[in-house]
Design a protein around this ligand. Structure first.
Ligand code: ADP
Ligand code: MG
Ligand code: ZN
Length: 478
């Protein structure tokens, strides 16, 4: 997509991530997707009068950890606030959120950009409770309050992005970090990661922001990018025909690939925010924060750079290998154990990825250890296993564990690569077929395949093909 020349897009994203905790943010009810409707509720999350919330400290810890990883300032004392509005899936008539004193301010999400990195600045990260779900079914409307009170972190960016691709990259890197730190499962389909996209357009060179609209109901990365492109084009068309962009909230229809007005955009004054009287100000001590800082793992992009520098991988390989922490940890152990980063990367991105995919298995719950895969890689490299045989050994190791050597023996797959033995074999095949040898030497080069075939059938396919080729050429061209 591209806007007519002279126009520029400005994008800011509000991302809601469900924080992975066992219980909800203000009560002991269990979290988790699904469950029999309204079974995971109590007077607190049902909003019964007089029921008092108690803050789950794990939510503070996880959100502070995210803030620290993103370089935000984490407040020692933040304030919870009531955001008042009525909706059937919000039984209290207000949502407990944060307003003027959020837990985290500032910071940035870094995205790879032209061989380096670009920072997308953050405004804030605050904690709040999720609402329930309205279900519209056969002309009836039902309410499921299981999700009510699930902990959320809301991550608000500055209007710092300039294209749908950049927005998509931002969202992808944020999701990667949430998983990396174990803060959220980042599942957009199940709604544990949700994104509202704000977009405006302006003439290139303008410094003031244009009027923005807000897009909701974006259930995938693709929807975010498509909705932004559509909406920016619509705004340009409105402005070019002399109209004015209204500040509205729009719903994205992924089916029709168009946005529809949902309601006028509410202002913060509409919500009558005030400090939550039932909860004390919330924060972690300096000691708790330093413990979190000390435990922060290296970031995905730092690990990516290190793979490119220390293992000579290209961006594409290093990027895939750092999608998950368990994956890059596995890779580094594997590369060290087999002494060959390129082979380690080729195996992990190729055959291992393919077999894991077939089995719908994750690298974390593997029976296969990095040093067993290293053993397999070395066996193949030294010509003791053919490429095909190595794949069958990998399959066995994934299924049942065990070492590569063990499986090679048990399946009788060892490749014949002993040079002396193979040389004798080549010699006897040539002696047994004098006519073919003569015709080959007379110019029928196609007969080369015939000799390879003879040797393979004599060894039940186990001869090392590279070595066979070399010896045959030696014998025939002598
Ligand atoms: P609200 O909560 O009412 O939606 P916020 O002030 O929290 O309002 O802003 C929400 C998002 O909108 C932020 O990510 C911000 O970067 C983005 N935003 C604000 N103004 C613009 C604009 N003119 N164009 C694009 N995005 C904008
Ligand atoms: Mg908003
Ligand atoms: Zn509850």
């Amino acid at each position: 997509m591209s806007l007519p020349s002279g126009w520029e897009m400005v994008i800011g994203l509000e991302v809601h991530a469900q924080i992975h905790t066992r219980s909800k943010i203000f009560c002991a009810c269990p979290t988790g997707f699904g469950g029999e409707a309204n079974s995971r509720t109590c007077p607190v999350c049902l909003g019964m009068p007089g029921a008092l919330p108690v803050l789950n400290r794990r939510v503070l810890e996880m959100t502070a950890l995210l803030g620290l990883a993103l370089g935000s300032r984490v407040a020692l004392r933040s304030q919870l606030a009531r955001k008042n509005y009525f909706y059937p899936d919000l039984p209290k008539g207000y949502q407990i959120s944060q307003y003027d004193q959020p837990l985290c301010e500032g910071g940035a999400v870094e995205i790879p950009f032209e061989g380096g990195r670009r920072k997308i600045a953050l405004t804030r990260i605050h904690i709040e409770e999720d609402a329930g779900k309205n279900i519209h079914l056969d002309g009836r409307s039902l309410v499921d309050l299981n999700r009510c009170g699930t902990a959320l972190a809301e991550i608000v960016s500055e209007p710092d992005m300039r294209s749908p691709d950049e927005a998509r990259e931002y969202l992808g890197r944020l999701r990667q970090l949430l998983l990396w730190l174990g803060i959220s499962d980042g599942n957009m389909e199940e709604g544990s990661l949700r994104c509202d996209a704000n977009v405006s357009v302006r003439h290139v060179g303008d410094t003031e922001l244009g009027q923005r609209t807000e897009l909701k109901n974006l259930n995938s990365f693709r929807a975010v990018a498509a909705a932004l492109a559509f909406e920016a084009e619509r705004q340009v068309a409105v402005l070019e025909s002399g109209g004015k962009v209204e500040k509205v909230t729009l719903l994205w229809d992924a089916h029709e690939k168009r946005s529809r007005p949902l309601r006028g955009k509410e202002e913060s004054k509409d919500y009558r925010y005030f400090p939550e009287p039932d909860l004390l100000p919330a924060g972690l001590s300096e000691g708790e924060l330093s413990t979190l800082v000390a435990g922060l793992p290296a970031s995905p992009l730092d690990r990516l750079d290190s793979l490119m520098e220390n293992h000579d991988l290209d961006f594409y390989e290093a990027d895939i290998l750092t999608r998950e922490r368990a994956m890059v940890d596995f890779f580094e152990l594997l590369a060290e154990a087999c002494g060959d980063s390129k082979a380690a990367s080729r195996w992990m991105l190729g055959e291992l990825a393919r077999q894991l995919n077939d089995r719908v298995q994750n690298i974390e719950d593997l029976k296969l250890r990095p040093d067993s895969l290293a053993e397999l890689i070395v066996l193949e490299r030294d010509g003791k296993l053919s490429g095909l045989a190595a794949k069958s050994v990998l399959e066995k190791m994934l299924e049942e564990g065990g070492s590569a050597n063990e499986w090679m023996e048990r399946l009788d797959l060892a490749q014949l690569s002993d040079a002396g033995e193979l040389a004798n074999l080549v010699k006897s095949v040539l002696e047994a077929n004098p006519k073919e040898v003569e015709r080959y030497r007379g110019g029928r080069k196609k007969l080369f395949g015939f000799f390879v075939g003879e040797i393979m059938s004599a060894t039940k396919g186990k001869a090392d093909p590279k070595e066979v080729g070399r010896l045959l050429r030696e014998g025939l061209d002598a």
